[in-house]
Design a protein around this ligand. Structure first.
Ligand SMILES: *[C@@H]1O[C@H](CO)[C@@H](O)[C@H](O)[C@H]1NC(C)=O
Ligand SMILES: *[C@@H]1O[C@H](CO)[C@@H](O)[C@H](O)[C@H]1NC(C)=O
Ligand SMILES: *[C@@H]1O[C@H](CO)[C@@H](O)[C@H](O)[C@H]1NC(C)=O
Length: 563
């Protein structure tokens, strides 16, 4: 206690000195009108009381004056995710006050003053907070409990000590038991919840839960949950007002107790609608999960936008390639491509549910295709040019009259077709040999009739009872799935499995599963004869079609190559 007190005193003295220096610096600079205030040393944060009731640490009051330099430490919530990585999130109520540059200017400070660098992932979708990622240091892995790190300004890392700020640090949250996102609709709020419904098809009833709105358990407002399927929970909006984000979580009602789930989700009571009201509704959106697809994106977007997809919604799982640059250049050329950071482990189904919610505001239909999947109709083979009514022609003319809520299209899986590297003129040109029989199917969903539960399994949604799903004949539409690409491409895909309900390919289990690559084991080692595998039928229809539609310079190069 004595030691701590004297430390505190020293700290206050240092603070006073630094403040004095900082202030005089500022005055000096302002007087000379020469430097942005940005370059001056950051002022010391005000330390406020630590409250752990809401799982959000309030260490720093971040200044809202734009002329002030970046804060020394940031108020965060941290979650341990697989592979010893830590997601460090600045909640939205703090983010709104933060002044850039966030960049890669921060590091994670762990107990015992172990430091690891923090990589900025971006702004989280509707919660609005910023997310960083840090490695959980090797040295701290052996001793439980694990504590949340502090995000500190890089240039200050030498001067700050973990216990200086936290004498009762919070336990690191775990990704497998958490409310990780929320989405507000006109009538209700949708929560994304890990750790309750862990097995496919087994969902605990809504009456086992309640939504809890507010930062203090005692004054919090509760509403009943109306649906709890997979990771998606819904409850009515509470009758409260306010323009600040408050935390929202799920309470689990058990026989003799209630358990409050840790949460990252926030709710803004007065927020009538979170999306762009001014935006007109388009016929078709495409929803897709991406990871390092920068080099494929252009071909995929150009092709599908020419046949009628107007908006592309990419759920980016931590890409570290040139995705951002690709998206930017497509946007500059007038393509409507938007990216939503979706970094949650094994959250593909939830991401699709999220996209269904999001797209409902801006499109009538959503196609759930991956970036290696291209839809086409054999009836288009004669067309000299693509046109934007082509996809529409595959859909029911009036889904409400015909009571069709979803169409599915069967896929052909293409093999490496002799390629040993990514074909520079694109996948549609390079891969022309496929397996004989169709595998799986992909869906285009009529968004107004997606079931309230948002349930989806392998790209297929549950639709309202009065509506049906129909499968399109293969002479009318097909999806070319460039699944088994040149080995370097396939290998990078092999390492990542994304569904919450599908086993990891690296596990020596379930070797006969439809989801595996047939004949391929569970190790990312190039099998003998890979380039000729999965090649039973030559199918050059897409190659011919796209060459005619997108070939430029006398068809010598493809439109997507020119940039
Ligand atoms: C909050 O702090 C108190 C006292 O430090 C501790 O007993 C309690 O378990 C903490 N609660 C949470 C949710 O971390
Ligand atoms: C909430 O659920 C409880 C128990 O299931 C029920 O008694 C109550 O009427 C419900 N409240 C509302 C507003 O629906
Ligand atoms: C994102 O990538 C990580 C790492 O490969 C993986 O564990 C996770 O399941 C992926 N999540 C989604 C939603 O695709």
């Amino acid at each position: 206690m004595v030691i701590r007190k004297s430390r505190k005193k020293i700290f206050i003295i240092i603070c006073a000195i630094t403040c004095f220096i900082t202030l005089s610096h500022h005055l000096y600079r302002y007087a000379h009108h020469s430097f942005p205030a940005y370059f001056s040393p950051p002022p010391l944060p005000l330390i406020s009381t630590l409250s752990n009731s809401s799982q959000s640490i309030s260490i720093v009051h971040i200044s809202s004056q734009p002329s002030l330099p970046p804060p020394k430490i940031l108020s965060t919530i941290s979650i341990l995710i697989p592979d010893w990585e830590v997601l460090v999130i600045i909640p939205p109520e703090k983010s709104t006050q933060i002044i850039l540059p966030l960049g890669n200017n921060y590091v994670c400070l762990f107990p015992n003053n172990v430091i690891s660098s923090a990589r900025l992932l971006g702004k989280l979708p509707f919660n609005g907070g910023y997310a960083f990622k840090c490695e959980f240091p090797m040295r701290n892995r052996r001793r439980l409990p694990f504590f949340q790190p502090i995000l500190v300004f890089k240039e200050e890392q030498e001067n700050l000590y973990f216990h200086q700020f936290l004498n009762a640090p919070l336990h690191l949250l775990r990704w497998n038991f958490i409310v990780y996102d929320s989405f507000t609709t006109k009538n209700d709020i949708v929560l994304f919840v890990k750790g309750v419904n862990n097995r496919q098809g087994v969902n605990r009833p809504p009456s086992d839960f309640r939504c809890v709105f507010g930062d203090e358990p005692l004054t919090a407002v509760r509403t009943n949950i109306t649906s709890s399927v997979q990771e998606v929970f819904r409850c009515p909006r509470p009758e409260i007002t306010g323009s600040h984000p408050i935390s929202v979580t799920v309470e689990i009602l058990e026989n003799d107790r209630t358990v409050m789930m840790p949460t990252l989700a926030r709710y803004v009571p007065d927020n009538r609608r979170t999306i762009i009201q001014s935006e007109g509704k388009s016929l078709m959106c495409a929803c897709t999960m991406v990871h390092n697809v920068g080099k494929f994106l252009r071909e995929w977007v150009m092709f599908h936008s020419k046949i009628g997809v107007e908006k592309f919604v990419l759920y980016d799982n931590d890409s570290d390639d040139d995705l951002v640059a690709q998206v930017e250049s497509l946007r500059k050329e007038g393509f409507d491509v938007r990216t939503i950071y979706w970094v949650w482990p094994k959250a593909q189904e939830a991401g699709f549910s999220h996209c269904a919610l999001y797209s409902t505001q801006i499109c009538d239909w959503a196609a759930f295709f991956d970036v290696d999947e291209f839809v086409f109709s054999p009836t288009w083979l004669e067309s000299a040019q693509p046109n934007i009514d082509m996809l529409r022609s595959l859909l029911p003319a009036d889904p409400d009259v015909e009571r069709v809520g979803q169409i599915s299209i069967q896929c052909y899986e293409f093999g490496p077709s002799g390629q040993i590297v990514h074909p520079i003129d694109g996948v549609t040109q390079g891969y022309t040999c496929r397996r004989r029989f169709d595998q799986r199917h992909k869906s285009i969903v009529y968004l107004p009739v997606v079931d309230q539960s948002l349930l989806n399994v392998v790209h297929h949604f549950r639709v309202k009872d009065e509506y049906r799903s129909i499968q399109i004949e293969m002479d009318k539409a097909i999806v070319n799935h460039y699944k088994y690409q040149a080995w370097p491409e396939f290998q990078s895909k092999f390492r990542r499995r994304v569904s919450a309900y599908v086993i990891d390919w690296r596990e020596n289990m379930n070797l006969m599963s439809n989801d595996r690559a047939p004949g391929l084991g569970f190790q990312p080692i190039e099998p003998l004869g890979w380039t000729e595998m999965f090649c039973e039928v030559r199918d050059e229809r897409m190659k011919m079609l796209t060459k005619r539609w997108f070939g430029v310079n006398g068809h010598s190069i493809m439109a997507w190559q020119s940039s």
